[in-house]
Design a protein around this ligand. Structure first.
Ligand code: AMP
Ligand code: GLY
Length: 424
């Protein structure tokens, strides 16, 4: 199989590495990719949200399968254009990608499917100050204020401070976007990734992300600073509950609406006293959870994604997993997520170190050919072990060997789980 992966982060690097171990993946291509992928795939330039450009590239390569990593091309209709041109695509069409792209659409689908989620109220940009204040006062004492557009987790403020909630709502509205206010969902967060091809839903192992920039969940939200899998603190049967209570009903509802989901349905949940409630859906693999989850998956990943892309998931058979745990830590550039500095030289992370657990996210080559930072999240370091502690130790040992001036990472990824501090 000749496979084209669209995207450029550590998630796409993890997908490429996982597929490179599948004997049926004979030829890997990536667009636009990053500097760390040069040993594993042929790199091509691409503007990721340009459907015509993606089709032209897939034709040039003669791709048997196109795997779309990020949400931006999915929302922009890149999967539609590729499918129309006859390619097998892993990733939903634009109408199905609304499950991530429009929080209002996601709420509507959940309501129709009877899926538990936070109650929500939208405020439109034309609302008066009085209306905004009144809406704010219908929520609290924990406010959840969201930008109803794509903001990669960064458009959300969760706060106990009414003034901060109001300020964020006004800022989003001033930018011309609707605001979504939500009731606060209590309980530890779970990310469950499900392969979906219409109505067949195949779950991967549950993972937990760490979204705040600092230790102890302090500081602003980011795209994700680290993750681990599986989650030993979840009750037995948790994955099956999420599949039957959340993912299958949503997949059925979307199919019934004429926008069947094909690709990766990511359920972001809070596990409360009564079980799972949905915080959000994403229409693609999560980053950085994927890097941990795929490190444990032993089934042939290219064949698995191809089965989802061609509607044959039901025949794929059970997935096989390595016992134990995987953990990933994100090495971020100076200033991330507030004012990221890029262009700094990276030492100790040359391409080709996937087996050591080093994946690239925001990296590039400078004019002198040196490896440099080119984004907020620069590298991902993965550790795998029989215990979560061992996985942690391995990842942190490796990350210490990498040099990037001004960089930072959380030192407490999975620590609450290791110390038994997560309870439901
Ligand atoms: P989102 O972009 O919707 O995933 O939100 C980013 C983060 O904000 C989530 O991962 C949660 O940590 C938090 N969050 C969002 N919505 C809620 C909610 N209704 N209750 C509690 N926390 C939330
Ligand atoms: N890890 C959060 C996300 O991928 O949206």
């Amino acid at each position: 199989m000749r496979i084209l992966v669209i995207g450029s982060g550590a998630r796409e690097h993890a997908l490429l590495y996982a597929m490179s171990k599948d004997p049926q993946a004979t030829d890997l291509h990536v667009a636009p990719g990053n500097a760390g992928m040069s040993e594993i795939a042929t790199m091509h330039p691409l503007v990721v949200d340009d459907p015509a450009g993606a089709v032209a590239l897939a034709k040039e390569i003669g791709a048997d399968l196109v795997v779309i990593g990020p949400e931006v091309p999915l929302v922009a209709g890149v999967a539609d254009a590729l499918r129309d041109a006859g390619f097998a695509v892993f990733g939903p069409n634009a109408d199905a990608a609304r499950i991530e792209g429009s929080k209002a659409f996601a709420k509507d689908v959940m309501k129709a499917a009877g899926v538990k989620t936070a109650s929500a109220e939208a405020i439109q940009p034309e609302a008066s100050d009085e209306d905004i204040e009144a809406a704010i006062d219908r929520f609290g004492p924990n406010w959840v204020v969201k930008d109803d557009g794509l903001a990669a987790g960064k458009g959300v403020v969760v706060t106990k401070d009414r003034a901060e909630a109001l300020e964020h709502a006004k800022a989003v509205l001033a930018a011309g976007n609707p605001v979504l206010l939500e009731s606060f969902l209590d309980g530890p967060e779970v990310s469950l990734f499900c392969l979906v091809d219409g109505e067949t839903v195949v779950p991967l192992l549950p993972a937990q992300d760490h979204k705040r920039v600092g230790n102890n969940d302090e500081g602003p939200n980011t795209g994700g600073m680290g993750a681990y899998s599986p989650l030993s603190w979840l009750p037995e049967g948790a994955t099956e509950r999420i599949v039957t209570e959340v993912c299958e009903p949503v997949a059925r509802e979307m199919a019934a609406r004429g926008c069947p989901f094909q690709g990766l349905l990511y359920a972001g949940l809070a596990w409360g006293e009564d079980g799972p409630a949905v915080i959000e859906f994403n229409c693609r693999f999560g980053d950085p959870e994927t890097q941990a989850v795929l490190a444990l998956l032993e089934s042939p990943v290219a064949q698995l994604l191809n089965a989802a892309a061609t509607g044959t998931l039901a025949d794929f058979g059970p997935l096989s997993w390595r016992d134990g745990y995987a953990l990933t830590v994100v090495l971020a550039a100076e200033g991330y997520p507030v004012s990221t500095r890029t262009g700094d030289v990276i030492e100790g992370a040359e391409p080709g170190r996937e087996a050591d657990g080093i994946l690239h996210a925001g990296t590039a080559r400078n004019a002198a050919g040196e490896l440099v930072s080119a984004g907020g999240r620069v590298l991902n370091v993965i550790g795998v072990g029989d215990t979560l502690e061992e996985a942690r130790d391995k990842a942190y040992e490796t990350i210490k060997t990498i040099k990037l001036e001004g960089s930072h990472y959380r030192t407490d990824i999975a620590l609450p789980a290791v110390e038994g501090r997560i309870s439901i």
